[in-house]
Design a protein. Structure first.
Lengths: 197, 197
DNA sequence: TATAAGGTTTACCGATCGGTAAACTATATA
DNA sequence: TATATAGTTTACCGATCGGTAAACCTTATA
């Protein structure tokens, strides 16, 4: 019995994952508070009862959604940076080309973690904390790239590049500026040159 | 009669303004969707019926709140930049010192307009549009300062400085980085030097 | 003193909020 | 065939959502 249960869960986590995947789209498009569980059941085609079989609360579901989003986004960004450039230095610059591609998607609605932390504001809230963790992991990766590129003060430079990234993300969503990714990229190139030995 | 009505409205717009002022604090602290009208009535001490005498809908109230916030914030930032530095060039740098003061306030919860645009995502939504207008007005002012400072490409530089500002604002709220205002300021100084003749 | 405007309280509206109970169906293994 | 699991539908829970109706109080002017 135990064997069959475990095998089933290992081999077919499909429905649960399908739910998280669909919920991600809905939360991203409409926001967290604005998305009710009834609407979520309708949009995903999965009954509310089934949803609550998988997740104790709406908050738990959101945390799972953010986990998936973190995995998807970091994988995509890191891969795209590698595809667009060879050297670590050029990859840091290519981050802003990748961002521009993202901004130009028709359904672009900003960064899910900025939104999450802004709807769940207290720093102690699990959703806020998990959003901060995502940013921390990005920072670690970019810092490593800056080190590999042999740049001076790789940690400071990484934080500065990420400030440009976050600024471009919210500016692209506000929509009052033509091409924030391009402006950010130009700044990034300048900063990189200044941090070269 | 008409005279008395008008005089009354001109001389004592107090209650309405008091409502907007208090609603601003509540919306800023708890978010827009998360703040119900009953809670708002309780927190402001103004009955729901009275609120709806002044504003037809919750959305109208939010628009009034954002108008007040725009006025407060821009006045505060511009004044603080002037207090902290004399030359236009130094004032541009001082923007990040002013931001650091803001970030260190105990009730700091990020930028109200970023939050508003992220809870009302469609670019056509009045709340989203008004948030974008705020950013546009900031851009105009910073561009003017860059021109007065005699810097090359004042418009590009202004947009880049504002990318750093927005990035610092969301990073300070996420709370995963020590002192984003300091990082942003260092970048700003570098960019300013590169744009000097 | 009559009147009008701004404000109040109390109560209510239908809809939706997050979440649950119960009874049922389909599938896959023992 | 018996059993366990994942999933379903229907109905419901108390609370809160944005918004309104009606009756009353207060204050300042005509």
């Amino acid at each position: 019995m135990y064997r069959s249960v475990n095998l089933y869960q290992i081999m077919r986590p499909t429905k649960r994952d399908e739910l998280v995947q669909k919920a991600l789209k809905v939360f991203y498009q409409y926001g967290f508070h604005a998305t009710g569980m009834d609407m979520l059941a309708t949009e995903t085609g999965i009954s509310k009862t089934s949803i609550y079989k998988h997740f104790r609360t709406k908050e738990d579901l959101i945390l799972a959604v953010l986990r998936l989003r973190d995995e998807h986004f970091r994988n995509w960004l890191y891969r795209r940076m590698e595809e667009l450039a060879d050297s670590p230095r050029q990859q840091l610059i290519a981050m802003f080309d990748a961002l521009e591609e993202w901004f130009n998607e028709i359904d672009y609605k900003g960064c899910m973690f900025i939104k999450a932390s802004s709807e769940y504001q207290e720093a102690s809230h699990p959703i806020h904390k998990q959003s901060a963790d995502h940013k921390r992991m990005l920072e670690r990766h970019i810092t490593q790239l800056a080190e590999n590129a042999g740049l001076t003060n790789p940690d400071v430079l990484a934080r500065q590049l990420l400030l440009l990234k976050e600024g471009a993300i919210v500016t692209a969503h506000l929509g009052h500026t033509e091409n924030p990714a391009k402006d950010a990229k130009a700044s990034a190139i300048d900063l990189l040159n200044l941090h070269s030995k």
